[in-house]
Ligand binder design. Sequence first.
Ligand code: GLC
Ligand code: CA
Length: 522
Amino acid sequence: MTTPWWRGAAFYEVYVRSFADSNDDGIGDLPGVTSRLDYLKRLGVDAVWLTPFYPSPQKDHGYDVADYYDVNPDYGTLADFDQLVARAHELRLKVLCDLVPNHTSDQHPWFQAALSSRDDPHRTFYYFADGKPDGSPPNNWRSAFGGPAWTRDERSGQWYLHLFAPEQPDLNWWNPEVPAEFERIVRFWLDRGADGYRIDVASALFKRKDLADVPMVKDPLSGMVRPDPAFLITDQPQVHEVYRKWRQILNEYQPQRVLVGEIFEPQRQSRYILPDQLNMAFALIGVPWDAHAWRQSIEVDMNALRGPGVAPSWTLSNHDVVRHVTRLGGGSTGRDRARAALLLLLGLPGQVFLYQGEELGLEEADVPPEARQDPLFIHTQGHHPGRDGCRVPLPWKKGEPNAGFSVADPWLPMPPGWDEFAVDAEEASGTSMLSFYKRALALRRRRSPWLPASIGWGPAPEGVLTYRRERLTVACNFLSRPVRLPACGRLVLASAPLAAVRDGRLTLPANSAAWLDSVPRG
Ligand code: GLC
Ligand code: CA
């Protein structure tokens, strides 16, 4: 049996609105992506995941879909999508679409019909329920964006459920017509050449049927009363039937198509990552820069999955979290650590998901409050800064207006000095973050197919991690001072220029990592 293409692959998340703008309106679009596929090929990735580009009122920047079968005019046309896929396939890049099955936009015709009357057949596509006798919502569930998870429909007096923004009503997957509609949608983009899907909030589709209140419990440590974390609103067993069905559909297509679930909790993943369901879920390393914490996080993710060759999909950043250069300390320290973190993760078995701009070393941008657009910021009345800071458009050209992204002002403002990290400047420099990413990805691509799917942790002083994967040894120094270790092999790649092997000892500068190869050159 040959190894499927996605095993060990490097995926790149394109946040379409902020990647590349082809018509200078300040908004990224599909032809923009197509025009930059060569760049992604040179970077050394295997596949591109496109965030939702479907018609949408953009209340959650595409994660509020008003039509699952078309392209938002701001982003292009169906023909533009076809061209993107055709060019990607010419370059031997795969293309994943983002499927949003948990909720629609409130502007979707299904929801508009549902609102029109209590007897409308589409009413049962969503969760409508009567409030409590005291006039409060049907239960105490909360929206992930703040406030109750229910909004009152004034016309009928009933409430509808939304685990996210009020403009994102949750679909009722218990109604068999909903899964039937999505089987058509799944086929639609596969028929147009998509190589698979990233599935938004993949474990949430079915809500518990009794719509019971979340019990409040007293936290034994703090004594505070809070929602019982063991109470499951979502993650109902019926969701697995849906993914088994989708898997059967995908199996009708050649070459192999993939399903990547947006599921982060390691303890859930083994129920989804199975030969008859999903291929992958995300292993997001969000812990602070500390050797113990990283080792534990890596081990939990590796132990969560079962099956031959099955390994995590390592992720440092995505469009929902603070960029990891900033999380790891910011500035040059953050960037040093980000380089080290990349080597640490790229040496592991499994896939890797990169988020646009991390290859340039971008930091979380400071977006002025009046320019912020994220519903998380809006619905928490600014208590949560929101996710706009990781979504600022990419800088392409140094010294040009708006760093070459667009002649018009970009949809989110760029902070001063953003063009220091422009692609053209970094491509021209051998020591840039971009050059480092290219070297690391190229080396990984050449070697990892021959390496086993397991690792062995090695002995290391406090604050340092080392592991071995057959001939490859990876060492990472989390400390703010250099360390010296016994070296088994020759240095093939280091995240810092001063790393060196001499007289059988590896010197690792502060916040750096290295790859060693134990097989002599020959
Ligand atoms: C996922 C997306 C996030 C979105 C949410 C609601 O978590 O990654 O961006 O806001 O789902 O669709
Ligand atoms: Ca545009």
